[in-house]
Each structure stands twice: as structure tokens, then as C-alpha cells.
Design a binder for this molecule. Sequence first.
Ligand code: BDR
Ligand code: CA
Length: 309
Amino acid sequence: MRKIIIDTDPGHDDAIAIMTALANNDQIEILGITTVAGNQTLDKVTDNILRLEEVLNVDIPVARGFDRPLVKPLDVQPQAHGESGIDGYDFPETDKKAIDMHAVEFMKETVEKEDKITLVAIGPLTNVAVFLRMYPHLISKIDSVVIMGGSVYAGNILRRAEFNIYHDPEAAKIVFGSGAKVVMCGLEVCYSASILFTEIEEFKGQGKISDMFYGLMKFYSGYAIRKGWDRTAIFDATTIIWLLHPEYFEVKEMAVDVELNGKHTQGMTVCDEVWHGDIVPATVLLSADREKYVQVIRDAIHTLDERAA
Ligand code: BDR
Ligand code: CA
């Protein structure tokens, strides 16, 4: 059983990543969820995960993290995720509350208790960077830090920068340079595994969780529709599908550094096939078997439908 902590800013694709992990709880155990400001404010994204837990009828500890990047000001993304941070489904109110512990302290306590842990980071890397910086003696207990973020060539917020890294580039630089094994699920692999709009339609009316998935994806597809595409990436889910099925992916070991400045490049992950010194290369995912990837999502949502029935 792989034990993970998910650091997240839900977020439509964050929610789908979390649901994919929950549906595969015979292989993955989520020990906790830590929240970070990114797609929306810390209050909103924390509320979103608690409401999602209410819908899914699960009780995973949620710990609040940082409400802003290390250096830059907060820059939320309502155009992609709406005012709530997860528009498109009417989430119920909940009495669930975050635990009374900072995300970084939760990571420390949890990693200390376990033999090995995987950190799955699907928002800006603020919490993870501070954790790795504060407790470097725990890095040897981390199997890998699997991040959704960065790219080899592309950009989605600047011409050459992906949102999670752009939002807190200083944090990302700390994480890539920490000595921890990083797996980078960047834009290229996520785009290669995009779900077709016609495939999204197939979820409609299939069950309670399918309907939630459908509502969320209809809103979330707005960005891709405005671009004239016929499909959309479910970025954050790539991290979980990598953990479940590494054989679905083409990967390359690369040295990754982060550009901190630049009109078109702030937050760019500079990926190099050649490296010098003792830098720990990252495993960079380049492409995925799209059909198999989408099937994992389908199976996960239908499993959760059955549990909710
Ligand atoms: C990333 O940015 C966020 O908007 C998504 O949730 C994902 O983590 C994609 O660039
Ligand atoms: Ca995210």
C-alpha cells in the first residue's frame, strides 16, 4: 500500500485527482490533505475540500497551509476555476473542519510516523518547500514528491510557464533543489492524456458522482473551448495515475531548475538532459497512453458512483 499526503488547491482537476486516489484505496492510502492558496484563496480551497469530503462521505484530515506564495503576491485563477475555485457543481454545506495544525507541521508529524511516504503536490509548492527546508532530515523518508507543474516546452499562464510553478517560483526552486526525488507531471504529459468533450458527455446521468464529475468538467472545459480545442487536460489527475500505472507513461530523467524572473519565463522549468554536480535529476513525464489514462478516470468515477448508491 502506498501512503500519500496530497497538497492541493482544489480546483476541479485537484478534486478529480483526489477522487481517483480514493477510488483506488486498495493501492493508495491518503493519510492527509493539506491546502495551499493558488486556484483560489486558502479559505475557499479549504472549504472546497471539506465539502468534497462531505459529498464523498470520507473523513480524511485536512490541514491548512500557506495563504500566499513565499515572495510573490497571491494571484488566484477565477477565469479557470470560478469564484468558488470549483464552480460547476452545487456542493453542500458541511460541518467538517480543518484540523488545528499547520500543513507543514502535519507533514512533519505524518512523515515521522511512517516508514516511507509519497508527497503528491498539485498546487503551488509553498507548503512543500517550507516543509523540505525546515525538516531536511526527513527527506530520506520521502519516496518521491510527485508534482503537477512545469513543462519542458509549453506554458499555460505565461508563454513559457505553467501556473503552479509560476504562482510560487521560489518555492518550486527549493523543491527541485532539495535533494528529494521529484517526479514532474508537466503540461506536455497532461495535454497528451486529455479527455475528449465527447467522452465527458458519457458521464451525464450515470450516477451521483458521475453527475458531479460532469458538472465540474463542463465548467472546467471552458478554457479549452475558448481555445477551440475538442478536449481538455485533467492536469492534477496525472500524478495519481502515474502512481497507479507508471507503465502508461514515457519519461525522461532531466535536471530541472526554475526561472525566477522574466516577462515570458517567470516560473519556467528549465529542463536539461545534461547535468553537472550532485543535483538529483527529476523524472519528467513526457506523454501518456491517452485511452488507458481516461479509462482509469472512468473506472474511478464509476467506483465512487457504486459506493455512493
Ligand atoms: C494547474 O493549475 C491549476 O489551475 C490546476 O489545478 C493545476 O494544478 C495546471 O496548470
Ligand atoms: Ca491544482
